[in-house]
Ligand binder design. Sequence first.
Ligand code: ADP
Ligand code: MG
Length: 491
Amino acid sequence: MTSFTAGIGDKYELVVGLEVHAQLSTLSKAFSPDSAAFGAGPNEHISAISLGHPGTLPKLNKKAVEYAVKMGLACNCTINLRNTFARKNYFYADLPKGYQITQDQMPICLGGSVLVRLAEGTKNIAIHHIHLEEDAGKSMHDQHHADSLIDLNRAGVPLIEIVTEPDMRSSEEAGQFLTEIRKLVRYLDVCDGNMEEGSMRCDANISVRLRGQTTYGNRCEVKNLNSIRNVQRAIEHEFERQVNIIENGGHIDQNTLNFNADTGETSVLRSKEMANDYRYFPEPDLTPLALTKEYLNTIQSSMPVLPNALYAKYTEQLGLSDYDASVITADKDVALYFEALIAKTDNYKSAVNWLMGAVKSYLNDSGVAIGDFTLKPGTLAGLIHLVDSGKVNNTVAAQKLFPGLIKNSDKNAAQLATEMNLLISADTNDVDRFIQDALAKYPDKVIEYQKGKKGVLGLFMGEIMKSSKGKIDPQKTNQLLIKELEKSESQ
Ligand code: ADP
Ligand code: MG
């Protein structure tokens, strides 16, 4: 076997198309009133409908339609006003009806694209379509020594499947695409986006071709990847595997593969010959779904602000760096907090620093979600204002006022700074006294300074900060200190 080298990566091009399943966070299932909540005991969220008993009829969940339309609008898709549902037939123990209700000929969203940010710039990944469907139940093969057990709570939970064009050319692009999709479903509140819990799952279609070739190579589909990292690992492994086969004169069979997260390798789940023939046909129990332009307009006008729009605002209007804009928009709740914060302060850079510094480390350490943070954005803006106006020094604000405000969420920053005696109050005479005391305490350091060792300034400042309890303006004091040291120098 030829071993994989960097040169091979120049000779061959990777081609990836993704199919992303996102479980919609509706209260009830796609076609029945059963609860769609995650985490109940096995088979608690079932009914005659989700069990597929004869004579039962599906009824479409309006919320699921709304969520799919929202995602379609966020991805710039065309929303089909006339939708049809289809039956996808296959036999499996966790599929009680023997078919899955899905969309085939007329899915709810067509076309569209998602912008991703890459090391070398931005790229639009084209979406082929997004369709609505129901999930299957869950077979568990590790709960009993002899039998497989089945939990049908998930059977009938609504999903959207986002199918991309084969547009991605690296595992980085695939990772960024999934990161954007996860961000979008979370901003829209249509899916919790947790891949580890299975509410977002991804199948990766992977092929390789010689660079410059215009037709695609045969692809393999890796099923049910449960983290962005694993999608990337599977893609990297497949690229290497497929190139090796071709380099050795072999041929890629269009197989469905499994990914083993422990070994990082893929194995054949089924070959093309074993592929299911799903015998799609129109679902006779559901009438076509007709949407109106007015309905789409109503949804459009209820859309929240999306991460890319915020990113543009932060970089173009607020003058923040690309890095700051991407960390703030990465999480919806962080972005919402920041939005509320900059409504109250126009020191945007300082707002970012407080949010990504003190706030983030407090939340991490205490395990509190930003949505539950007791320090309101307006209060934090007040603290930033106290620092900016030279009334509280930055270190004191971070070490004393900030934790104080978290504990006293009913007080504003100025009020608490006064109560805690943190305001910079020392007048010039006091500052002089602190400086003189510090110089008197370390006469040898004064001489060192005069011999050119300017680094001892830090020691004096530390001493002055300590004796003044931080209630001085550090910049002004620093200037006075230098003046004082230079005065004694010329004596
Ligand atoms: P199917 O109907 O068999 O699922 P599709 O044509 O709908 O196949 O494609 C499914 C996914 O596979 C899409 O995301 C598409 O972009 C991707 N895909 C199709 N051809 C290739 C290829 N040659 N290499 C990589 N991905 C591909
Ligand atoms: Mg497919």
